[in-house]
Design a protein around this ligand. Sequence first.
Ligand code: DP6
Length: 360
Amino acid sequence: MTAQNFTPKPYTKSVENGSFTWSSPSNIALVKYWGKKEHQIPENPSISFTLDNCKTTTTLSFVKKKNEDKEYSFDVYLDGEKKDDFKPKIETFFKRIEGYLPFLKEYYFKIETSNTFPHSSGIASSASGMSALALCLLSVESELSSEIDDVFFIQKASFLARLGSGSACRSLVGDLVVWGKHEAIDGSSDLLGVKYPYEVHQNFKNYQDTILLVDKGEKQVSSTIGHNLMNGHPFAQERFKQAHKNLSSLINVFKEGDLDTFIEIVESEALTLHAMMMTSIPYFILMKPNTLEIINKIWSFREKTGSKVCFTLDAGANVHVLYPENESEQVCEFINNELVAYCQNGHYISDRIGFGAKLL
Ligand code: DP6
């Protein structure tokens, strides 16, 4: 598959106006995407759990313009409030995808979006937000073309979402999604996310993720700056190799339900992501003291009880606590008794593996 596959043939139908609403989830990477080439091509493959509760719902209303001009026309609203500061990011997205959606300048778009998680929770909305918008745009294209079947719809929406935000291409389907070419994973591609195609043991069904909100501030390092830090990074090539190797190992882990190796890979990936940031120029420490307190508590709880709870991190201070469904009661009690104290205002979000985006 190449990018060419997503350039449409001339449209055969026309539509004056309409509206679509999609709800699309966030995702949490187990093997991390960190480092990209031109055109949002990842330096290494990644894999994530699709989440269930952390979602963006976007309604895209569109009206054909009377005179086609050379500008994009759109407005963006978050929770009913006009957000002109969101426009540059969407404008960049439109520019990147225009070759694949040639109708963009022919319509005025109203983009109304809301998140199930608070805007200032330190939870990035780019994966859920960009995937929801990409899906809405594909729904518009489906009105114009008779060539889009269900499989192609999701492929192209993921391809477009990637151009909005890399990790967004992993948010369309459940429950485990791979993005980036990996030699042992059939169908894997640098261009879009695909559902993990092999056997997944019962241990990983309905896996739980409690997100501990340690720091709800704005991101200290934007993802674009973060990814760029991998250009010329002294450890970059080894890191990219390690991601391939970790993904290879996960194939057997998923098949066998090997939770101990799962924990080792997932925690190592999280710490490596942060180690990359600490060893780049400029360098950053995105963990907070409470992030470390939580990690140490998780390690001693595991030691004491034999639990299979583990953690992962995004490019920030919040901690994702991951655990199998059959440990829910025990781990929730541990979180409430020992970890909530380290969360900002005691806030956390309970989530689990989900099944992907929905047309509403
Ligand atoms: C640390 O997808 O936000 O969450 O492509 O620049 O939009 P852009 O980056 P983004 O990067 C996410 C990085 C990560 C790891 C991951 O989700 O794999």
